[in-house]
Design a protein around this ligand. Structure first.
Ligand code: G1P
Length: 291
């Protein structure tokens, strides 16, 4: 079985839900504590052993590329000021030369289309997709748990991270049907993008983390528009599931849907309370606020 070496990050979305913050700045650069959302998600991928980071960007997303570049002036200023710790931290976050690729989704045609835009860079190997709207706080990175399940399944399958979701929110997500259990995963029997509550095959929603076989690209090439008039990744996966197994992984950890304001604000609180340098003072401030 081929190792999962490459990850695709679709970062072309307009971020209309966060206006005016996202008028001149990509939503992926919104910070949870002191790291941009996209950096948190790249951290997760790196912890899972990913070696090549592929960003599908769009207009006004240039600062994402700058964020992952070496900043000569900044580095030499930190050097002059003797800030070796900050220098080392920036260097650790930065992909090495050649480890990051950027391609543009020229039109906002949907998530499936964004993933398809990465086909030439991914090539003929299985790959991961991570949606930067979703942060997963976990002891072992969510993608690493998925790769564990992929290796345990022992076949060239596709893997989707899923989580239990209250039925009143289920129609905001892709939803899977539950089949035979395996050691670290279960067989997926159905997938529906944003179903009506009555039509949802379970309460397990798709979390925004995928391991996909490269055959998905051929399907995406001809994929018709689906929910919301967009080319949906879920619809292409439904087609691929006719030929290849799909497994769901109920990961251990807490997800935060940072595409919503409540999820984003909650993520900031949760990540700050996990920081030894911030938690005691922040907790005291929160107590005051909450009375
Ligand atoms: C996308 C996927 C959906 C998934 C969700 C997770 O939807 O299409 O299946 O459940 O991400 O956040 P979006 O939130 O982009 O509408």
């Amino acid at each position: 079985m081929k190792r999962i070496r490459k990850a695709v990050f679709p970062v072309a979305g307009l971020g209309t839900r966060f206006l005016p913050a996202t008028k001149a700045m990509p939503k992926e650069m919104l910070t949870v504590v002191d790291r941009p959302l996209i950096q948190h998600v790249v951290d997760e991928a790196r912890q899972a052993g990913i070696e090549h980071f592929i960003f599908v960007t769009g207009r006004n997303k240039g600062v994402i590329e700058d964020h992952f570049d070496y900043q000569f002036e900044l580095d030499s200023t930190l050097d002059q000021r003797g800030k070796a710790k900050e220098q080392a931290a920036l260097e650790a976050d930065q992909p090495k030369a050649g480890e990051a690729s950027f391609t543009r989704q020229q039109r906002p045609l949907g998530l499936g289309h964004a993933v398809w835009c990465a086909r030439e860079i991914v090539g003929d190997e299985p790959f991961a997709v991570l949606l930067p709207d979703v942060l997963v706080k976990a002891k072992r990175s969510c993608l690493a748990q998925m790769i564990d399940a992929y290796n345990a399944a022992g076949t060239a399958c596709n893997i989707i991270a899923v989580e239990e979701t209250p039925m009143e929110n289920i129609s905001s997500y892709g939803v899977v049907g539950i089949g035979k259990q395996h050691a670290k995963s279960f067989e997926i029997t159905a997938m529906v993008e944003k179903p009506k509550r009555e039509a949802a095959p379970s309460n397990l929603s798709i979390t925004g983390r995928y391991i996909l076989q490269p055959e998905i690209f051929k399907i995406l090439e001809n994929q018709q528009t689906g929910a919301g008039g967009e080319i949906q990744l879920t619809d292409a996966m439904i087609r691929l599931a006719k030929d290849q197994p799909f497994h769901g992984v109920k990961f251990e950890g807490q997800s935060y849907d940072c595409g919503s304001k409540i999820g984003f604000l909650t993520a900031n609180v949760a990540y700050a309370l996990d920081r030894p340098d911030l938690a005691p003072a922040f907790r005291a401030e929160l107590k005051k606020l909450l009375g």
